[in-house]
Write a protein that binds this ligand. Structure first.
Ligand code: FAD
Ligand code: SF4
Ligand code: SF4
Length: 466
């Protein structure tokens, strides 16, 4: 039994220097070495009632996998995580652990919690570096299921169904699989190779991925079921339709939605000279919003060469929805935060190019329906910031294409597909999960929904064929 480590702080994870990394797209943090991982794992108290597990949307067996690390059984630890989470290398990097598993860690009551995410990442990286992806040759049961979208919801649903013996095909509208994991989250937080590796494993398990197929345009869900023999369909099409502010000047040259900006940089490699993807050579950039998407856009703008990058957010730091670690990293890299500020107009020159944005200062009033204090404008506090680029990162909704082309599919007023706890929608044989149902959420909640739906689909197909 390893000696317990009662250090109040997590073992630090090595990272690139802030000034250096602010100008490159290499991953910011380097991950634990074996020694560091064992030292951090020894901080876990192996609590009998396992409170940390209740904080994880897919109930990863946290004390068990951490114990295996202390025993040098890194492959065993990997297999333990895999029992409930098919995307450990990704979740170890991007899960908001501070509000999930680590939020309930007993060590976190007085000091820093156990670095559960860092350990999960270590185990997954160790596996990737030491084991070749292998085909499991699951025996087919002859039933076909179609999946719309290859984000975490679609991938986890596909993985579980393949393991049960289903013939699974994922239809993806973009040129690469991975959803937001490849087109949204930048390489400096989540290298594409990590996502590719997870997808390769699914393909070895028999999952087929058809890219450049837009369900609702190339082919409809009704056609998949009525003409192509798919007995069930899982919709994991995400929430990729950007929301805008509705202020004057938003259609000007130099205004991007965060989705477009990040897709150009991440998926279409605008930062790489070998690719000819056009993107603005910005010097002064404002990103409007306070979530992960805003942080990713601001940090990408720095890496693309901007001299000044502002985050404009209408509430205070405490209300920012972004992961704390990402806010710290952005601050360290030189992003300038203008919290309690709200844009009212984007100004242009005579050719329609952005030259400035008018903002108004805000103060926090009484709590609103969400329980957060409502931001209120301070009269007469307007001012202009000179800019050449504005990136809008204030949210996204599901694209209506699938709803508009699928018979009998009910959605909410904002376009979210209505599904029950098991993922069943109003249309028989059609299931849904992830951001397409909940609106923009997290990787692990989407992966969890895909998993739940896989079980429901299995039950549905078995009951139909009984
Ligand atoms: P998505 O990942 O959006 O995947 C949906 C896929 O469906 C896409 O590939 C899309 O192209 C495809 N699709 C859509 N319509 C069709 C169609 N008609 N036909 C075929 N294919 C279609 N979460 C975290 O937990 N931590 C983070 O740090 C974090 N950072 C984020 C940063 C950014 C920039 C963004 C945008 C999101 C971030 N999130 C983060 C949120 C997280 O990525 C999402 O909640 C998650 O990816 C949702 O998964 P999904 O599978 O439901 O949808
Ligand atoms: Fe924590 Fe995410 Fe891993 Fe669950 S999947 S244990 S929430 S890092
Ligand atoms: Fe370990 Fe913290 Fe979970 Fe306890 S709550 S088992 S210390 S990770």
């Amino acid at each position: 039994m390893a000696k317990r480590n009662m250090s109040p702080e997590k073992v630090e994870m090595p990272a690139q220097d802030a000034k250096v990394r602010a100008r490159n797209f290499e991953e910011v943090t380097h991950g634990y070495t074996v020694e560091m991982a064992k030292e951090e794992a020894a901080r876990c108290l192996q609590c009998k009632h396992k409170p940390c597990v209740n904080g994880c949307p897919v109930m990863v067996k946290i004390p068990e996998f951490i114990h295996l690390i202390t025993e040098d059984d890194f492959e065993g630890a990997y297999q333990k995580i895999l029992e409930t989470n098919v995307l450990p290398a990704i979740c170890g990097r991007v899960c908001p652990q501070e509000s999930q598993c680590e939020a309930l860690c007993v060590r976190g009551i007085k000091h820093e919690p156990v670095g559960i995410g860092r350990l999960e990442r270590f185990v997954a990286d160790y596996h990737r570096e030491h084991a070749e992806p292998e085909s499991h040759n699951y025996e087919t049961n002859g039933h076909k299921v179609a999946i719309v979208g290859s984000g975490p919801a679609g991938l986890s649903c596909a993985g579980d169904l393949a393991r049960m013996g289903y013939e699974v095909t994922i239809f993806e509208s973009l040129s690469e699989g991975g959803g937001v994991l490849v087109y949204g989250i930048p390489e400096f937080r989540l290298p594409n190779d990590i996502v590719k590796n997870e997808i390769k494993q699914l393909e070895l398990d028999g999952v087929k991925i058809e890219t450049n197929v837009v369900i609702g345009r190339t082919i409809t869900i009704d056609e998949l079921m009525d003409e192509y023999g798919y007995e069930a369909v899982f919709i994991g099409s995400g929430a990729g339709l950007p929301v805008f502010l509705g202020i004057p000047g938003e259609n000007s040259i130099g205004v991007y939605s965060a989705n477009e900006y990040l897709t150009r940089s991440n998926l279409m490699r605008a930062y790489d000279e070998c690719y000819d993807t056009p993107i603005r050579k910005s010097k002064k950039v404002a990103v409007v919003g306070g979530g992960n998407v805003a942080m990713d856009s601001a940090r990408t703008a720095l890496r693309l060469g901007a001299d000044e990058v502002y985050i404009i957010y209408r509430r205070s730091f405490e209300e920012m929805p972004a992961r704390i670690e990402e806010v710290h990293h952005a601050e360290e890299e030189g992003v300038i935060f203008k919290n309690l500020n709200n844009p009212t107009e984007i100004k242009t020159d005579e050719s329609g190019e952005v030259v400035a944005m008018t903002c108004i200062q805000m103060e926090l009033g009484e709590p609103d329906e969400s329980g957060r204090r409502r931001p209120l404008p301070i009269e007469g506090s307007e001012y202009d910031i000179e800019l050449d680029t504005v990136i809008i990162a204030v949210g996204t909704n599901p694209n209506p294409l699938i709803k508009d082309t699928t018979e009998g599919l009910d959605v909410t007023f904002w376009g979210g597909i209505i599904a029950d706890e098991g993922g069943a929608t109003s249309r028989e044989g059609v299931f849904a999960g992830g951001d397409a149902v909940t609106g923009a959420a997290t990787v692990i909640s989407a992966a969890g929904a895909g998993k739940v739906a896989a079980t429901s689909i299995d039950e549905y197909i078995k009951s139909k064929n009984a």
